[in-house]
Design a protein around this ligand. Structure first.
Ligand SMILES: [Fe+2]
Length: 271
């Protein structure tokens, strides 16, 4: 695992640790780094869980044993904020209650303000859509094929799903330095809501896993972007703010190995 640090000019002074795409991996090495760096804030930009593969009548929080020890470890280090990625679509209401009981603040299409810093969480369109699907079908847990339907849809279908971004109209006009956790980097300027056009100082994304295989500074593939994706890593400047993309802390792609692409824990020094 590689630690990557970015220094960003900002009217507030904070050290922020960005955890992304842990996917129920052992979080202890991440916690060791966090304890060493002692950030002011920890943000988790989605895909904390693996989620969707369960076939037993267990909730995800019972099945995925690495999640809760990791979150309890995080909140002992710093206030921790979680935004929901596509894999969090598997979480039922009971899972969400257990997540919140750890002391982590879940930002499900909302924001909080702390001492001049606003932190928002834009939930993945897939998670939002799947949650609505489950409510419509009156089922809490994705334990059968029917309930997994939105996850088994094609990439083109996923591209037609939209996140609930209406609240960003208010968020972007709030006073203070604005950070938005947005799991999908394609929301920056490939797919609605085109965050590049909003007055958001810093967007923090993940999801692309660095493009799985990296050559000459470029990734090979990313979900939502396809082959030779543009947004898989690093810092990207827009007219009103910038986006940092984490390469993530796990590998979930079955068919494509992760090569020349170390797992990444990001530290952002604001000030
Ligand atoms: Fe993802």
């Amino acid at each position: 695992m590689k630690n990557q640090t970015y220094h960003i000019n900002a009217p507030v002074t904070r050290t922020i640790a960005q955890v992304s795409d842990l996917h129920n991996k052992d979080g202890q090495p991440v916690l060791a780094s966090l304890r060493q760096h002692s950030p002011d804030i920890i943000v988790i930009s989605g895909d904390l869980v693996m989620g969707r593969k369960t076939r037993e009548e267990k909730i995800i929080m019972e099945e995925e044993k690495n999640i809760l020890p990791f979150l309890y470890g995080c909140v002992q280090i710093a206030p921790t904020y979680l935004s929901l990625g596509n894999h969090e679509g598997s979480l039922c209401d009971e899972d969400m209650d257990i997540l919140a009981s750890t002391g982590v603040t879940v930002l499900d299409n909302r924001w909080i303000e702390r001492d001049g810093l606003l932190i928002g969480g834009l939930t993945s369109a897939i998670a939002t859509n799947f949650g609505q699907f489950r409510k419509k079908n009156n089922t809490e847990n994705p334990i059968n094929e029917k309930n997994l339907k939105p996850y088994q849809s094609s990439r083109s279908h996923s591209m037609r799903l939209f996140p609930d971004s209406t609240w960003l109209d208010t968020f972007e006009h709030q006073p203070g330095y604005k950070i938005l956790l947005s799991h999908h980097p394609e929301y920056w300027c490939i797919q609605e809501p085109m965050l590049i056009n909003r007055h958001i100082d810093l967007v923090l994304s993940g999801h692309a896993h660095g493009g799985q295989i990296r050559f000459c500074g470029h990734g090979l593939f990313a979900p939502g972007q396809g082959c030779l994706p543009k947004y898989t890593s690093g810092i990207h400047e827009g007219p009103y703010g910038r986006m940092i993309i984490s390469r993530g802390l796990a590998n979930t792609a079955k068919m494509i190995p992760r090569l020349f692409n170390p797992r990444e824990l990001i530290y952002i020094e604001l000030g």
